[in-house]
Ligand binder design. Sequence first.
Ligand SMILES: *[C@@H]1O[C@H](CO)[C@@H](O)[C@H](O)[C@H]1NC(C)=O
Ligand SMILES: *[C@@H]1O[C@H](CO)[C@@H](O)[C@H](O)[C@H]1NC(C)=O
Ligand SMILES: *[C@@H]1O[C@H](CO)[C@@H](O)[C@H](O)[C@H]1NC(C)=O
Length: 406
Amino acid sequence: MHEKKWVIGTEVMRGNIWETQWLTVSITVTVTAISISAYVLKRKWNHLNSKIEELEASLKSCSDKCASERQGRIRAQLALRKQVTQSQPKSQNLNLTSYPMIPIGVVHSCFSTRNGTPRQPLLVPLARACLVFNTTRVPPASLEGLAEYSHCWILYVFHLNTDLEKLWKHPSKSGFKAKVRVPRLKGGRKGLFATRSPHRPCPIGLTVAKVEAVLGNMILLSGVDLVDGTPVLDIKPYLPYCDSIQEAAVPNWLMEDNLLSVASISFSDHFTSALEDCWIMAEKKSLYASTSEFQSLIKQVLSWDIRSLSQRNRPHDTLLKKENDELLGNTSDVDEHQEETTLVREREQNALNSNEIIYHLILEGLDVSYRIDHDGYVIVEKISTSDVQDNKPNFCNYLTWKDKMQ
Ligand SMILES: *[C@@H]1O[C@H](CO)[C@@H](O)[C@H](O)[C@H]1NC(C)=O
Ligand SMILES: *[C@@H]1O[C@H](CO)[C@@H](O)[C@H](O)[C@H]1NC(C)=O
Ligand SMILES: *[C@@H]1O[C@H](CO)[C@@H](O)[C@H](O)[C@H]1NC(C)=O
């Protein structure tokens, strides 16, 4: 019994020894394997590290090279600009202060002439325009994403300023006026930059409009205060969180009669049939769906008194004393601006009552004639085709935009 127990005990011991040896061997093998892989990994790591360093160095040298190339390019551009401006005719007086800004597009709006074009943006919600970009200068892809904004800023050229030519001259000869007559101050003058006069050293206008739709290289805008044919320099999205200033202040003189609204607007009995007659021709090119929509446009435009101050105060005098609304540095300028100012074409020579004067508003080449009395009651008398062409291209019409409009 004893012996048997011993034998069993020895076998157990032998088994344990064998297992221990086996364990030792396998641990040794494992440790060796780990050491070998660690060695291999370390080599790999070192190799990767040096590769990264190498790449970093080459990237740095690339960007250094790029930066110096950029420096060189800027230097070359400056030199080129200097050359170009020096080679300009002396008379043009262009030098390093001239920059390459050429219009990128044209506005085709419902306002055929400056008369009746609203003085501020968004006053006439139905005032539509099609802004067509020159695809050579602006690929349609540049407009991607613009339709997601409700409004955009538009920088444009006051291309109908009759004194534009003067701006090519040397400042001392351009006859440029530092102060302009402000209609609201009854002829009182303010510094040019305290007004939005179109007659500025750089004849650039800034306005805001509603973005209705974007189609290829065109934008449909509404609420515009731009005359047909206006060249556009740039557009930018309107950002309400930084572009709208709640606490902004304006001078008191602006408050006086800023927005002159009229008392009422009515249409003569035969206006509707006259509009139907005109519409047969006008419809194809119109930005409006129907005669009734066009009539709403007329109503919106005329709901602001678009006459100049002198036309309002001295209706009998308007043909003799042609005066521009927003501008006029001096009475000597008056004749040069006459076409922007003459609302009145027909007039009874001795009329003293504004009620007897017929004013004209040209929308999409249609001549809308109306009277306005002292109390601001407007009667739209007639509508007829005018000798002012509607220069909008055929594709700037309602049909083009129909499916894009709400
Ligand atoms: C640029 O033109 C103005 C006037 O036209 C002149 O006074 C000025 O010196 C000119 N500048 C250069 C760098 O030629
Ligand atoms: C478009 O721009 C190009 C390059 O400036 C010009 O040559 C071309 O006359 C422009 N086209 C129109 C329709 O203005
Ligand atoms: C306005 O023109 C008159 C001459 O018609 C001139 O005497 C006057 O100095 C001018 N005023 C200004 C501010 O240019």
